[in-house]
Design a protein around this ligand. Structure first.
Ligand code: C2E
Ligand code: MG
Ligand code: MG
Length: 953
């Protein structure tokens, strides 16, 4: 078995291995040590017990011998007693038992029987009593340099007081035993009560240990440092007192511990061997087990790492069918599925990119078809996009070796309906398949089946994909699901493309007329200008603005206005060629580009046609309306070499056409540019004039024809130009209106007029009501009422001191919200007059409801009324109308006595004009007031004023 080292590097592997070892090693070792200790103790105790037993056996043996000697001595004593005393024959004795034998007495010289003579031992008292009882007394006599001598004393005749006794020194070999009787392993020692060593079977350490031995089986240590051997000792007490009247002896048997526990040594060796072997087995099996676990685990970890690094192709190879094998199989399947999904997602995101970045949807089909090829077992695939569902025309996209191919095919509408009805997909029958097979790769699907999956966009089939499959078995979910997702995304792409197309169309076309709008027009104009310049041709730009469209819009409503604009576009279309461009630039402005023109004559003809076409009546709803067109024409390259320039110049020419009386066309001329430049200069000067306070007010009195008294005054703006001197409003009011400067100018006029009224009053004069002209733009700002209040408050004038002059056009401008503001002003006490009445388009019935106090008949009617019947009729009608509506009426621009006479006849009593007074500077007006306030002769006041008015003229 091969153990690879890599897994040991794994921390988990090391941990598991250590755990395995710990679990096996610690209990085994503990058990081994405990068992060994236990067995060792047992052996030691057993050895001790044996030694005690042996000591006893040995002690009894020695006692037996002592008894034998005692009896022998008794016998000898009896023999001696019965014999002839000490001088008798030598007593019989057990041979070898005695080292020496003597007859001794306390006062007698010892008589040796055997060996060296022995002397009377030091005994007395109780020992003598013991002797007297015919017993032996054992005496241990120390011997210098040798083992003590054991002597037994036996009275020869206890009945005799001389006390002769036999003293026998025992032969140590007979008493203790011959050296051969003892084993080498076990030492035997006999100790006296004093501890003196009487006998030891072994010299040296054994005897030492015997002297040190205790009764416990603890190993004793010999004194020999070299041997340093632990010993076990067992002892037995030999009681000598009863029989031999001597202190007890201790018999000790000793044995080395090693000898005692010798059996365990082998056991230990086997035990350790077995333990080590089992540990090795444990280690080996752990290593194998850990390797079996860690190997697949590491492969799986590696696989996951690769997966994280987007490597979906790597397969984790784990053999076996255990959990790891199953995990690896599942992992491989998962990686493959993820890889597949990621590929699909990539394609989807690339489709999204195409959707977001391009209007052209074709690349989406190529991407989708490539993915379908990878995803499905289809031999060939095609995406069919119906173009006209009714006609069955469709585009078919297919991937060929040389890229994407688009072909036109016919898809029968019933087939399309069937595809739409089966969002889950449809297997085509032979008849249907025939129609589509031609779109597929040549030969594809032959013998196989066609599967169609619809591509939906908001519930409608916008396309479908058709797969040629060799096997007509249903597609697996794992294939069908991403295929559907792909189709959905293609649907989104198609929908987005359609929406983009729609949006682009909307951005570049006018909703109402369907004509190109300003954006597209500018693009086309730029293209046409560039191509005209390149080819050396001319083109004409016609800027067409409808006249009076606003009044139609205001009076008939926006729907009618829209209708009119649509009709205008239709009429204009009839006036131009296919190749020309007609556009609506916004509001009532149209533009035409006439390309490749032969000369101004041709342009004039088209312009004339347009003017003519638009001058006829428009029937909008129930109404018949009339609008005309003012056309400005600029020619490229004569008037401008780029589109912006041409547009500007055509626009300028168009304004000129309007100024010239509308309903006509005007070619741009260079001098128009000069005027435009002048206009700009005027605007700049006006701004400076505001900064430098160059504006002032003149006051033109209004008179009552019956009394001749001043009944009012109109404040008229004057500009004291640093170079040109006094400039009349007609020269700058229009520019001030266009630029919005009129708002600030008008504010100052209001403040000045009110302040002047207050000043005159403070000067003791009785100034009349002052009429101030207010522009429509001031109304549109929305703060006019506040402005008036402010002017009145600042000056301290009453609201009755002020009249506001507005023109009829104000009421046409809904955004000005004029009626509400005028109502408010009238509630405050300010009067409202309609200036230049009769030139606008006020409806008479509407007039009744307007918050107006005064009508000022336009001076054009007054000027013409003496010579022109129409003017006279209109002037008269206005005066009558005012009287009928119970409104005050002022005739302005009265210059002649005839006019005065007529007005008087028509009972128009309020007049204003040069006939009576020109507009006057404030001081001169004050003079006039003063003059009027002087007491006069009672006569016709109007006549009386004439000298004054003459002076004023
Ligand atoms: P309007 O309000 O109709 O003023 C009357 C104009 O007729 C004044 O011209 C006046 O001088 C002139 N006029 C008066 N009597 C006669 C006459 O008998 N014969 C002739 N031919 N003209 C006469 P002006 O001052 O040049 O003002 C022209 C217009 O400028 C005014 O017409 C008014 O619309 C506008 N305007 C004047 N001042 C202001 C102002 O402060 N604010 C605004 N928004 N417009 C003003
Ligand atoms: Mg006026
Ligand atoms: Mg006027």
């Amino acid at each position: 078995m091969k153990v690879e080292g890599t897994f040991v590097r794994s921390r988990v592997a090391r941990r598991i291995l250590a755990l395995f070892m710990l679990c096996a090693f610690v209990p085994a070792l503990t058990l081994a040590l405990l068992t060994l200790g236990q067995v060792r103790n047992l052996l030691r105790e057993q050895a001790h017990a044996q030694l005690v037993h042996a000591s006893k056996a040995y002690g009894l043996n020695v006692y037996e011998r002592l008894l034998l000697v005692h009896r022998d001595l008794q016998q000898m004593a009896a023999d001696l007693r019965e014999g002839t005393g000490l001088g008798g024959a030598t007593p019989k004795m057990i041979p070898g038992t005695y080292a020496s034998l003597s007859v001794v007495g306390p006062q007698a010289r010892p008589v040796p029987i055997l060996g060296e003579p022995l002397s009377w031992p030091q005994i007395g008292g109780p020992a003598l009593t013991h002797l007297n009882a015919n017993e032996s007394v054992l005496v241990v006599e120390p011997a210098s340099g040798a083992a003590p001598r054991i002597v037994l004393v036996q009275l020869i005749d206890p009945g005799r007081p001389e006390r002769f006794a036999l003293a026998a020194e025992l032969n140590p070999v007979e008493l203790w035993g011959a050296p051969d009787d003892f084993s080498e392993a076990v030492g035997v020692c006999v100790l006296a009560e004093t501890g003196a060593k009487l006998f030891c079977s072994q010299p040296g350490p054994a005897s030492d240990s015997a002297s040190a031995a205790s009764t416990v089986p603890e190993p004793a240590r010999t004194s020999d440092a070299t041997a340093q051997q632990a010993m076990i000792a067992g002892q037995w007490q030999l009681f000598l007192k009863p029989k031999f009247y001597a202190p007890s002896w201790t018999v000790i048997e000793t044995e080395p511990v090693s000898a005692a526990i010798a059996p365990i040594e082998q056991f230990t060796r086997i035990f350790i061997g077995v333990t080590v072997l089992s540990l090795l087995l444990v280690a080996l099996s752990s290593v194998v087990q850990v390797r079996r676990t860690m190997g697949p685990l590491e492969k799986l970890i590696d696989g996951i790492r690769r997966l994280a690094g987007a490597d979906f192709t790597h397969q984790v190879e784990v053999s076996g069918s255990d959990e790891f094998g199953q995990l690896a199989t599942a992992f491989n399947q998962m990686a493959a599925r993820l890889g597949r999904q990621l590929d699909t997602l990539k394609v989807l995101s690339r489709i999204d990119q195409v959707i977001l970045s391009k209007v052209d949807v074709d690349p989406v089909f190529a991407l989708a078809l490539t993915e379908i090829g990878a995803l499905t077992p289809a031999g060939s695939a095609v995406i069919v996009v119906p173009e006209s569902a009714a006609a069955g025309e469709a585009r078919a996209y297919r991937l060929a070796a040389d890229g994407q191919q688009i072909s036109r095919i016919t898809v029968a509408p019933p087939l399309l309906s069937r595809i739409a009805a089966r969002p889950e997909g449809l297997w085509l029958d032979a008849a249907d398949a025939a129609a589509l097979k031609c779109a597929l790769e040549p030969g594809a699907g032959r013998g196989g089946s066609l599967f169609v999956l619809p591509i939906m966009d908001r519930g409608n089939v916008c396309a479908f994909t058709c797969l040629a499959l060799a096997d007509p078995a249903p597609l697996a979910d794992a294939v069908l699901a991403p295929l559907r997702e792909l189709c959905d995304r293609v649907g989104v792409a198609l929908s987005a493309a359609a929406r983009d197309e729609q949006l682009i169309y909307q951005i570049r076309h006018d909703d109402l007329t369907g004509l190109p709008n300003r954006l597209l027009f500018k693009e086309r104009l730029s293209q046409e200008v560039a191509s005209a310049r390149r080819d050396g041709r001319s083109l004409a730009l016609l800027y067409v603005d409808l006249d009076r469209f606003k009044s139609v819009n205001d009076s008939l409503g926006h729907t009618a206005g829209d209708e009119l604009l649509e009709q205008t576009a239709q009429r204009m279309r009839t006036c131009i060629r296919e190749s020309d461009t007609l556009a609506r630039l916004g509001g009532d402005e149209f533009a035409v580009v006439l390309t490749n023109i032969s000369g101004p004559r041709a342009v004039s003809t088209v312009a004339e046609h347009i003017v003519e076409a638009l001058s006829g009546p428009f029937v909008v709803g129930q109404h018949e309306s009339y609008v005309s067109a003012s056309i400005g024409i600029a020619i490229c390259p004569t008037d401008g070499a780029d589109s912006e320039d041409l547009l500007k110049k055509a626009d300028t020419a168009m304004y000129r056409a309007k100024d010239a009386g509308r309903g006509r066309f005007v070619f741009f001329e260079e001098r128009m540019n000069a005027e435009a430049v002048e206009r700009l200069a005027l605007e700049r000067e006006l701004r400076q004039a505001l900064l430098r306070n160059e504006f002032s007010l003149h006051y033109q009195p209004q008179f009552d024809l019956r009394t001749g008294r001043i009944t009012g005054a109109e404040a008229l703006l004057r500009w004291t130009h640093p170079i040109r001197g006094l400039v009349a409003p007609s020269a700058f009011i229009a520019v001030a209106e266009d630029t919005g400067l009129i708002e600030e100018i008008g504010r100052r006029v209001l403040l000045d007029a009110c302040a002047q009224h207050a000043a005159w009053q403070s000067a003791g004069l009785r100034p009349p009501r002052i009429a101030v002209n207010v522009s429509g733009r001031q109304f549109r700002r929305g703060d006019l009422v506040l402005l008036v209040e402010d002017a009145l408050r600042r000056s301290g004038s009453a609201a009755s001191a002020l009249e506001i002059e507005v023109t009829e056009s104000l009421f046409m401008d809904e955004s000005a919200n004029a009626v509400a503001m005028l109502d408010k002003l009238r509630q405050m006490g300010v009067q409202v007059a309609i200036d230049d009445f009769g030139t606008g388009y006020s409806s008479m019935s509407y007039l009744k409801r307007l918050p107006v106090d005064v009508l000022k008949v336009d001076q054009s009617f007054i000027a013409d009324m003496t010579d022109n019947f129409d003017a006279r009729a209109i002037a008269k009608a206005i005066i009558k109308l005012a009287q009928t509506l119970n409104k005050s009426v002022v005739a302005e621009g009265v210059e002649t006595a005839e006019q005065v006479a007529l007005l008087k006849r028509w009972r128009c009593h309020r007049v204003q004009g040069y006939y009576f007074s020109r507009p006057l500077a404030a001081d001169r007006f004050a003079e006039l007031l003063r003059q009027q306030q002087r007491p006069t002769e009672p006569q016709d006041e109007a006549v009386s004023m004439l000298p004054a008015t003459d002076a004023a003229r």
